[in-house]
Design a binder for this molecule. Structure first.
Ligand code: ATP
Ligand code: MG
Length: 581
């Protein structure tokens, strides 16, 4: 399939990003200060994410507006207004400070299902001046222990079921003083368990939000573990400036939007854009506790009239796998704008969005470390399928050579950002040396390879670790994978370099098939031929192997390092974020 070079932005698109069209990177167009002035910050040096996100709206018409509509796995619905979110998070802040002795800077971790209490608890902790750490509920005991130990967490908020899963780790966590259990199903608790419900019942509804300094820590987010052991990226309260601005201009949130972010609060997308970004903009968001299935998701989009939808390439590929007939059975008239993050978004997926919804997915690029979106496709800009878009105003992105000097457009190199944006991580927790090593020659080095075209659009090549060196050519796995998934039988593809005595590395591809296709040597040859026709000699996979599914992180990212380790019979390394088969 030949992709259109560009997908034109709709002519009636009125959301204007200040001066982005002629943004000259001078930072004059949209400065962080202009953004700061839109928000009700305490003063130039003091800001609290919880205040900007929730409580500042209480002085406005948004007071009784719905902040969160939550649908449980069973289909029960709960709705919370901004005023209720403020009231409940005040109570939780009082619980922390008055009943659990939490002081400013103490780490409070959440190992909870995707239920309202995780949202309330996180806002409450920030109000109390604590540092939050959300953990994905599907983690096993070792993954939870590593993160609680590394962060020195003092309080853990969890549920009876999840506590049972990790019961053995507690004796090994001396810093952990209190365990609070959210007991929605009213199970009998152990005598020394603290009940969230009981603690909340007696707590006052009034709380003076901590006047945190803009550089005070607010969140520790562990990275996804795609390339190695997860690191604890620590963010400060100032981060909200970047999250607010990008939610407004990249996710294009408007006052009457119904917004759905599909990421779990355990990942940075689930907090930056599943709490702080949308709520600082006063938006109503819907939260779905249930798991993924194409049917569930389509009917959720329809049922809640979702207008802005933020999801990930892996989910889009799974929806594509379920076929084109299914989505046509639903009414998506409300759906106005769709975005994607987390992995490269194959052009095939962008075009598929156009086909099914008449609008493309808008890809954007950022990392746990960057805290907010750095490079994006915007509503007013034409989409170039396969491109991550252009830097957000106020962000300077560059492509650097191996000595960390800037390269001209067209050349591949290290994707880097000029430090100083509000939501930049301020350290890797307990690993400051590693943090320092990520800054070179006045740039933050992202660890990804990319190139820029003449119009300033950035194109992802691959993670630096995944780029393949074959016969003197550097090949990014993304390019090869994108071609493979264009084949009608291929659902997913993961590409690695396999050491070779002659050409250094040869390209090996692993593919999983769509439903209805059977593995066979003919199909293998057909896919090989298909790839050969579309790729340069160097980029054509020498070997292709079928796998029932590819190893992925729990956030859905293909773990190429595992494909490689398995292929070479090497140790697998940290697999704490590996999805169960
Ligand atoms: P770890 O750092 O532990 O290996 P990770 O890098 O996957 O895990 P995250 O911070 O969640 O952890 O992911 C950021 C990375 O995801 C980016 O560095 C990039 O490789 C990839 N990524 C995110 N968005 C995009 C995108 N739009 N296009 C291409 N790659 C993306
Ligand atoms: Mg990373």
């Amino acid at each position: 399939m030949e992709y259109p070079q560009i997908i034109k932005a709709p002519a009636d698109q009125h959301t204007v990003i200040p001066n982005i069209e002629n943004y000259d990177q001078s930072r004059n167009a949209l400065t962080w200060n202009t953004i700061r002035n839109e928000l009700d910050i305490f003063d130039n040096d003091h800001i609290n994410i919880a205040h900007i996100t929730i409580d500042r709206h209480l002085k406005t018409d948004r007071r009784e507006k719905k902040a969160m509509i939550w649908e449980s796995k069973k289909g029960d619905v709960e709705e919370y207004t901004y005023a209720e979110m403020a009231r409940l998070s005040n109570k939780f802040a009082n619980v922390l400070v008055n009943k659990l002795g939490v002081q400013k800077g103490d780490r409070v971790f959440f190992f909870l299902e995707r239920i309202p209490e995780i949202f309330i608890g996180i806002i409450g902790t920030l109000k109390a001046g604590g540092v939050i750490g959300p953990l994905f509920s599907a983690f096993g005991p070792d993954a939870v222990k590593d993160r609680l130990e590394d962060s020195g967490a003092k309080v853990l908020v969890t549920s009876p079921t999840l506590k049972k899963k990790i019961i053995d780790i507690f004796p090994e966590l001396p810093a952990l003083e209190k365990i609070v259990l959210v007991n929605r199903n009213k199970k009998t608790l152990d005598p020394d368990d603290l009940s969230y419900e009981e603690l909340m019942e007696g707590a006052s509804e009034n709380f003076d939000i901590a006047r945190t300094h803009k550089e005070d820590y607010a969140i520790i987010h562990y990275t996804s573990g795609t390339t190695g052991k997860p690191k604890g990226a620590a963010h400060v309260h100032e981060a909200i400036i970047g999250q607010y601005a990008t939610a407004k201009y990249v996710l294009d949130l408007h006052e009457d939007d119904i917004y759905w972010c599909t990421a779990d609060p355990g990942w940075v997308t689930g907090t930056s854009y599943g709490m702080f970004g949308p709520w600082s903009n006063g938006i109503t968001q819907v939260i779905y506790e249930g798991g993924f299935s194409a049917k569930n998701w389509y009917s959720f989009l329809e049922r809640y009239n979702v207008s802005v939808w933020y999801t990930a390439p892996t989910a889009i590929r799974m929806l594509m796998k379920a076929g084109d007939e299914l989505p046509r059975q639903y009414n998506f008239d409300s759906l106005r704008y769709m975005c994607s993050v987390g992995e490269p978004l194959n052009p095939e997926a962008v075009v598929w969005g156009e086909d099914i919804w008449g609008k493309p997915f808008h890809d954007n690029w950022w990392q746990t470390e960057t805290g907010s979106i750095m490079i994006a496709n915007y509503p007013i800009q034409d989409v170039r399928p396969g491109s991550m878009g252009r830097p957000f105003p106020g962000i300077t992105a560059g492509i650097l050579d191996e000595d960390f000097n800037e390269l001209p457009p067209g050349e591949e190199g290290n994707l880097a950002i000029k430090p100083g944006w509000p939501s930049m991580f301020r350290t890797y927790w307990q690993k400051d040396e590693l943090y320092q090593s990520r800054f070179k020659n006045g740039w933050y080095i992202s660890g990804d390879k990319a190139r820029q075209d003449d119009d300033g659009y950035f194109w992802f090549v691959g993670r630096a670790d995944d780029v393949i060196n074959t016969a003197g050519h550097l090949v990014g796995p993304f390019e090869v994978e994108s071609v493979l998934i264009e084949h009608p039988a291929v659902a997913e593809a993961g590409v690695i370099g396999k050491p070779d005595p002659i050409v250094m590395e040869v390209i090996k591809a692993f593919v999983s098939l769509k439903e209805g296709y059977e593995q066979s040597s003919e199909l293998l040859r057909e896919i090989q031929l298909f790839a050969k026709k579309r790729l340069s000699m160097a980029a054509t996979p020498r070997e292709i192997e079928f796998l029932p599914s590819l190893p992925k992180t729990r956030s859905g990212k293909i773990m190429r390092r595992l494909l490689k380790a398995r292929e070479l019979g090497l140790p697998l390394g940290d697999t704490s974020t590996l999805e169960d088969d």
